[in-house]
Design a protein around this ligand. Structure first.
Ligand code: SF4
Length: 298
């Protein structure tokens, strides 16, 4: 074997070793139904031609838009815009690793989110136990002020009911009864990250506003910035402009500090975000302005 405890090879040099070359060649031959090399090479040459380019541009029935991601990603981004809020995604770990890496890659900042780590047994019998244990761990380990729960495909396909699961988890003392655990069902096979953002913001507002009396405070407005990959700069400029104009406002969901923490050697799991007290008070604003139409359909 090319690999031993004294000589650990990274994957690229490892897979260039003769044993792996042979194994990969056999795999290709026996399992991948490969085309002959000359067809592959002809096809590669064809993709360089003007004819291929024209065919691609003439395509009408298909729109490829890789900038669409699934709903829970939007929910994780939305939750990052509230004070000391940990995103808890009920579903599989791999999905949540994707949201974290996607947001980290874009913002060049760590992006925290936990999952209930559902596996095969939870997919068959339901993920209640994962929720009970997961909420307890999140509360104990990460010291959040709020845990915002969303779902991946798996939890939605089997129909896990977040409302009753969270109640059950509270009955089992996973988190204190009065601890804020807003939630949103975010089926990833419907809509996109934009709908996930919308659902999560609605879930958080509903959690704090439902059943509350509204006493309108004149002259204050709410602003929902929406899923904005440039929120760090945009939200700060927006706040500056509003301050200059002397407007009394609440930004509902503001991830500008969370995704731009200072490089001073100290890791901040939470930074900035709309304060929970502000979210409660925002019910009384005179108006609410959504800056992105599709981000506030709910
Ligand atoms: S589409 Fe479904 S399986 Fe894929 S990352 Fe999103 S939630 Fe997970």
């Amino acid at each position: 074997m090319p690999q031993s405890a004294e000589k650990i090879l990274d994957h690229a040099p490892l897979f260039r070793e003769p044993e792996y070359r042979k194994m990969l060649a056999e795999k290709k031959l026996n399992f991948e139904c490969p085309h002959p090399d000359e067809i592959v090479s002809d096809q590669r040459d064809f993709t360089q031609t003007w004819e291929y380019r024209e065919k691609n541009l003439a395509r009408k029935a298909l729109v490829v838009n890789p900038a669409k991601a699934c709903q829970p990603l939007g929910a994780v981004f939305a939750a990052a815009g509230f004070e000391r809020t940990m995103s808890f995604v009920h579903g599989s770990q791999g999905c949540v690793a994707y949201y974290r890496s996607h947001l980290s890659r874009h913002f060049k900042e760590p992006a925290a989110a936990v999952s209930s780590s559902m596996t095969e047994d939870a997919a068959v019998f339901g993920g209640l136990k994962n929720m009970v244990d997961g909420l307890a761990n999140t509360y104990q380990l990460y010291d959040p002020k709020m845990i915002a729960v969303s779902t991946t495909c798996m939890a939605e396909v089997i129909g896990d009911d977040l409302h009753s699961f969270i109640q059950n988890a509270k009955d089992e003392d996973s988190v204190p009864r009065d601890f804020d655990v807003p939630f949103a069902h975010t089926p990833a096979f419907v809509g996109s990250h934009v709908d996930g953002y919308d659902n999560m913001v609605k879930g958080i507002l509903e959690h704090f506003w439902k059943g509350q009396e509204r006493t309108q405070i004149e002259g204050t407005i709410n602003i929902i910035p929406g899923f904005d990959g440039f929120c760090v700069g945009n939200n700060r400029e927006l706040k500056r402009l509003l301050d200059v104009m002397g407007v009394s406002y609440t930004l509902i969901q503001d991830a500008s500090d969370q995704f731009d923490t200072p490089s001073d050697g100290e890791y901040r799991m939470y930074d900035g975000g709309t304060k929970i007290n502000e979210v409660k008070k925002a019910l009384n604003a005179e108006a609410t302005l959504s800056l992105q139409h599709h981000n506030a359909r709910k």
